[in-house]
Write a protein that binds this ligand. Structure first.
Ligand SMILES: *[C@@H]1O[C@H](CO)[C@@H](O)[C@H](O)[C@H]1NC(C)=O
Ligand SMILES: *[C@@H]1O[C@H](CO)[C@@H](O)[C@H](O)[C@H]1NC(C)=O
Length: 394
């Protein structure tokens, strides 16, 4: 081999190695493995074959989904894998079966379980949830719960980058029992009246980051369940939807607490709630400690700032009880904009465990057309500084 040829070959190999291009032998292309981009041929087997290949590889590996619409039933991407660097790169769209009973009782459509070091890049998940929502809103008793579109469970070091999720049956994305999961640049879309379609749900997990995402849906844009710690939410645009919600908490007597949550640079447009903490009016040893809400802009939000510890839907299993969830050290800083109702700030806390240590700095919320808004407190205490509109109720 001539020197020149050798050099260019070496450069080529280096380039492939550096950029991780798809020429590498450890790419598993679902189409090569039999998937059909026609939106109607069941491609589940090809996807599972691609995952088996990537997960069984001793070197970093890629599952590649090219352009096109791929019909897939439930996909379980289980670990542990033989390497700690798997990329799932999706250029196309995954579509769920049109019959919602196929996934309806499965809990998850795509599930990553027990994996470490997985990056999911791009892709659109179209769960076609409309049929199930119609079933649920018709009041029929024969509707399944529905499947979460993408669940990451018992996993560490996962990045979900640039994923779109449309019309999920239930939650769009859920993170449960994980460490170090980042969801960056997600785009979530479902109608404002689609039931239970939370955008991103996080529970029993530490070190989860949700960054620069746009969420328009029928339930909470982000919901935070028991056992979420060191959670960072930044750059989220929410609306329509039910806001960013810590809770519902305290449904169970024994429950892990929520601590160290940061929510910053967020906007809410026409949402039901803005920054919310919500707990059942039931005995519980749960808690919320250490939350910073910073730099939020509200536009026509029904309940911009709310702590509700009297959650008891339908008055079932909790009338006349009080919440055991202890809420402390919650900060609101630089929250501006408009409330769609007169009460822009509402702290309705537990008689047994009043909210303590709420601090508010530079809060400026007005009711429609600059009318003054109001604040409402029950069993809540704290301090304010800087601008405080509405006038504090502490
Ligand atoms: C709080 O969580 C953030 C990540 O969201 C982390 O960087 C920080 O170290 C945590 N603080 C404490 C005191 O654990
Ligand atoms: C509060 O916000 C309103 C509307 O944006 C603005 O006109 C007003 O100057 C602000 N007040 C303070 C004290 O910052």
């Amino acid at each position: 081999m001539s020197n020149r040829l050798f050099l260019s070959l070496a450069t080529f190999i280096a380039a492939v190695w550096l950029t991780g291009t798809t020429v590498s032998a450890t790419t598993y292309n679902v189409k090569t493995l039999g998937a059909k981009p026609d939106g109607r041929t069941d491609s589940t087997k090809a996807f599972m074959a691609a995952w088996s290949g990537a997960c069984g590889s001793t070197k970093p590996a890629t599952v590649y989904v090219p352009n096109g619409r791929f019909l897939v039933r439930g996909l379980q991407f289980n670990g542990p894998c033989r390497n700690g660097a798997i990329t799932v790169r999706i250029d196309g769209t995954l579509v769920a079966p049109s019959n919602y009973f196929v996934l309806g009782n499965a809990k998850f459509w795509l599930l990553f379980h027990g994996v470490q070091g997985v990056t999911i890049v791009g892709g659109t998940l179209d769960a076609r949830g409309a049929g199930l929502w119609a079933c649920k809103t018709s009041g029929s008793r024969n509707c399944p719960d529905g499947a979460t579109s993408l669940a990451i469970a018992n996993s560490n070091d996962v990045l979900v980058y640039g994923l779109s999720s449309v019309n999920s049956q239930m939650f769009h994305i859920a993170v449960n029992g994980c460490r170090n999961v980042r969801v960056v640049g997600a785009k979530v879309v479902a109608p404002w009246n689609s039931p239970n379609t939370d955008g991103i749900h996080v529970q029993l997990s530490t070190g989860v980051t949700i960054l620069n995402s746009k969420i328009s849906t029928g339930d909470d844009c982000v919901s935070v369940g028991p056992g979420a710690t060191n959670l960072w939410i930044e750059g989220v645009a929410c609306g329509p939807g039910h806001g960013i919600s810590i809770g519902s908490l305290g449904k169970d007597l024994n429950e892990q607490g929520v601590s160290n949550v940061t929510v910053k640079r967020v906007t809410f447009t026409g949402t039901e709630n803005g920054l919310r903490i919500k707990a059942w009016a039931r005995p519980s040893n749960g808690f919320v400690n250490g939350v910073l809400f910073q730099n939020a802009i509200m536009t026509n939000v029904q309940n911009p700032i709310v702590i509700d510890q009297n959650y008891c839907p339908g008055g079932k299993n909790c009338p006349r009880q009080v919440s055991g969830v202890r809420i402390s050290n919650v900060k609101y800083q630089n929250v501006h904009g408009t409330s769609a109702t007169k009460v822009a700030v509402k702290f309705d806390c537990s008689k047994k465990y009043p909210c303590r240590g709420i601090t508010m700095r530079d809060v400026n919320l007005s009711f429609k057309n600059q009318l003054p808004a109001a604040a409402y407190c029950v069993n809540a205490g704290g301090t304010t500084s800087g601008v405080m509109k509405p006038t504090s109720c502490f």
